[in-house]
Design a protein. Structure first.
Length: 251
């Protein structure tokens, strides 16, 4: 596999930004390639998946590109006050990858996943932009942070409110609400997993139950583990296999 850091000017953020990318260097791997957009958590950046997991080794031999963007602390959302991180990913990063690399620039050639904040981002973006992604996965996703009951103090105080507003439940960034509004026949394939000792296990169980109540097919699994890289490095392998099946990739 080949690896590169792409520095670009984000028109959505109005600033320079970067993403890491892993892509096949074996001339025997057929083109065009599919793309896996892999999102980081709240305290990290675009370098973390390469530094803390063996993602490059896990996708070796597949006709698959892995793009790891920098989402800052922006929750992959167009903030009410601040940066437009959703547009940065959906318009700037996806657009640049589609134009620059020999990829399948279509829904059937794209998938998205992530951990924690990135798990939330992958599910939210995959549901909102279901015409762009064929499959979605979340590890230990903060899936209920935008689904808080009215009046409940938001996490991270003013930082969170600046992005989502004072009451985000039922709004355009709430995955629980988004999935109710989307034509269920157009939804991407969904996979969710979480560690049984993870502090986000309750919100993952709640979202799983919500999907069940709407009769939406999805994969849901719980494994021993907490909110840490040993868990994510292990279970991203299953996410890759899930996406490969849904994208029709063969090694």
């Amino acid at each position: 596999m080949a690896f590169a850091t792409i520095n670009y000017f984000s028109r959505s953020l109005q600033k320079a930004s970067s993403f890491n990318i892993v892509f096949p260097d074996d001339p025997g791997i057929p083109r065009p390639w599919a793309v896996f957009y892999l999102l980081h958590g709240l305290s990290d950046d675009h370098t973390i998946w390469m530094r803390r997991t063996s993602i490059e080794r896990y996708v070796a031999g597949l006709p698959l590109v892995v793009v790891m963007p920098d989402g800052g602390r922006g929750w992959y959302t167009n903030a009410l006050e601040g940066y437009h991180h959703e547009d940065d990913l959906i318009k700037d990063v996806v657009g640049l990858v589609d134009r620059t690399f020999p990829v399948r620039a279509e829904r059937a050639g794209r998938c998205i996943g992530g951990l924690s904040m990135g798990g939330y981002g992958a599910v939210k973006l995959g549901l909102k932009h279901h015409d762009m992604f064929a499959s979605v996965n979340s590890h230990s996703g903060a899936l209920a942070f935008a689904h808080l009951e009215p009046g409940k103090a938001p996490p991270f105080g003013g930082e969170f409110t600046r992005i989502f507003g004072k009451e985000s439940r039922g709004g355009p960034e709430d995955p629980f609400a988004i999935v109710e509004r989307v034509d269920h026949g157009k939804l991407p394939a969904l996979r969710i997993d979480c560690g049984t000792e993870d502090f986000l296990i309750a919100s993952n169980r709640d979202f799983h139950k919500h999907l069940d109540s709407l009769h939406i097919a999805h994969e849901y699994e719980e494994f021993p583990g907490t909110h840490e890289w040993g868990y994510w490095d292990k279970h991203v392998v299953e996410a890759i296999a899930f996406h490969a099946r849904n994208l029709g990739l063969k090694q």
